[in-house]
Design a protein around this ligand. Sequence first.
Ligand code: ZN
Length: 233
Amino acid sequence: MSSLSERTSALFDWFFPSFCTQCQTPIKASQGICDCCLNDLPLLDLSTQANLLHRPDIIEFFPDCQFDHLIACAWYRPPFDNWLSQLKFSNQIYYKKALQQVIKQQLAASKLCCEHWPELFIILPLHNKRFLQRGYNQVAQTWAACLPADTINLNYLQRPKKTKAQSSLTKAKRIKNLQGAFVCKDDLTGKTVAIVDDVMTTGATLNAATVVLKEAGAEQVWAFVTCLTPLGR
Ligand SMILES: [Zn+2]
C-alpha cells in the first residue's frame, strides 16, 4: 500500500470510525471484528484436518455426503447465527466484513494442510425469483472477496426450478424438494470444483449440486460452507 493510500485510509477511519461487532473497539474500515475477538471465536480447527469428512463427530451428523471434501468455518452458533441472519435479511455490511475475516483465516489454515486445492469455486445460486426478491446473493457477497476472482464461477450451476425453503422441511422432503433443482450445461471433465454455500443443515442441497457436477464430469467436488448446523444437534 502506498503512503498516500495509507494516509487516505487513516483519514477515512478518523472521519468514519468503525467498531468491532463484538467489543466495540475501534477498528479499520475494512474490518468487522478486531483481531482479539477474531482469535477468541469458536472456529472449527482446520489446521490439522482440513477435510471435515474425516472427523467421526461430523460424519455422525452428516452420514450421506456425496461430495469428497468438506471445509466449514464454524458450527452455527453465536455469534455466527446472528451475523448470517442479519446479513441474509438486512444486508448489514459489518457482519459481512466480520464473516470475510473468518472465512479468509479458515481458508488459509486449510490450504496449508491440503496438497490439492479446487481450481474452480461455484457459488450456490438462488432461483432467479428469490434473487430478485432479495436483490443479492448473500453467499456470493460474502465469499467472493475471499477467493481469487478468476476461480469463481456463478454460471456453471443453474437453478431453473423454484424449490421450497429447505428450513421448513424434514430431511426426506428436503431431498425430494431438490430433485431437478440444479442444472450444469458445462463440461467439467477432470476438474476439482468446489461448491460454496453459507449453511449446511442436512447436506441435501450440496448433495444435489454434487450429483449434477459429477454428471458434468467433475472428478472431485468439494463443499465450502460458512457454518454447519445439523438437524437435532
Ligand atoms: Zn473486538
